[in-house]
Ligand binder design. Structure first.
Ligand SMILES: C[S@@+](CC[C@H](N)C(=O)[O-])C[C@H]1O[C@@H](n2cnc3c(N)ncnc32)[C@H](O)[C@@H]1O
Length: 279
């Protein structure tokens, strides 16, 4: 069984290599035709008016499973933190919503991803005072206590082996009354330990790290969050499930055994929810 540190290192290395390759169009999976399973479903998460605000670099790096700025109800002047910002799509959309008086802080532990997000933010014509990018792990962001109004995250916390630590950190940095708007991958029911271990050791990815919804909700509650509201849920079927098992792309993550994939079919969901840090 892989240890937490080992899992985090594999995830960090894979997303780092993926970010690096995005600078070289020929090896980016999104250089493939738009029907490619690797790109099309994610691009469909955003509408045309949103995509028009996001440079191609960030769009190519987008590996979310939802669109948190759609349901975060962001207001002008708010401070937003994006946990696992990747190439910056949600950062850019959030910055347009909070405006010049607001601020958006993106955190990612893949240095190459931070570099690409900085480039994407510059290409989007947004300045440094509006979007700050930090290279850090989500369980130890070094952000000040109670500095944020809203914390968004898109398809990231499933990858974190210590979800308790990540949600405690989220709770710490939110202001009293602050809120979460999260899109993540969860399981509808527990899966056998050996199956989970195989997903974890082969792909160290979104399915290996996904936990049952009940356990996930307990983690939120233990961290102190209240009023958890499931905004929507979407079962991953067909190519979406295969794609998620090999995130960020087939060049980076080995294929799980097809018999293992068959065993999780119908048990993996993309869930969008909000929750509150009590005042
Ligand atoms: C599936 S991608 C999603 C990126 C982005 N949110 C999006 O929607 O495109 C996951 C991102 O989370 C980052 N990540 C995963 N675990 C992390 C951790 N423990 N600390 C910081 N970043 C992490 C990865 O480096 C990667 O950029």
């Amino acid at each position: 069984m892989m240890k937490n540190l080992e899992i985090s290192r594999v995830v960090q290395t894979r997303y780092g290599s993926f970010a690096e390759a995005a600078g070289r169009a020929a090896t980016s999976c999104c250089s493939k035709p738009p029907t490619s399973s690797c790109c099309a479903p994610r691009q469909a998460l955003y509408d045309e008016s949103e995509l028009a605000l996001v440079p191609e670099l960030a769009r190519n790096l987008s590996r979310g499973c939802g669109n948190p700025t759609h349901f975060a109800k962001l207001q002008p002047g708010e401070v937003v933190v994006d946990f696992g910002c990747g190439g910056g799509t949600d950062l850019i959309l959030a910055a347009h919503k909070v405006g010049e008086r607001g601020k958006v802080i993106g955190i990612d532990f893949a240095q190459q991803m931070i570099e690409q997000a900085k480039e994407a933010v510059a290409q989007a014509g947004l300045h440094d005072e509006m979007i700050e990018l930090r290279h850090a792990s989500l369980d130890n962001t070094a952000l000040a206590n109670a500095c944020a109004d809203v914390l968004i995250s898109n398809c990231v916390i499933n990858l974190c082996p210590d979800k308790d630590a990540v949600y405690l950190e989220a709770f710490r940095i939110l202001k009293p009354g602050g809120r979460l708007a999260i899109s993540d991958i969860l399981l509808t029911e527990p899966i056998a330990a050996d199956l989970r271990n195989r997903f974890q050791s082969i792909s160290a990815g979104c399915i290996g790290g996904a936990i049952p919804e009940d356990d996930y909700l307990r983690t939120l509650k233990n961290a102190g969050f209240v009023a958890v509201l499931i905004v929507s849920r979407h079962p991953l079927v067909g190519v979406e499930l295969d794609d998620m098992a090999r995130c960020p792309g087939e060049e980076y993550t080995p294929a799980p055994l097809s018999k293992d994939l068959d065993q999780v079919r119908g048990k993996v969901e993309s869930v969008k929810f909000t929750a509150i840090k009590p005042s």
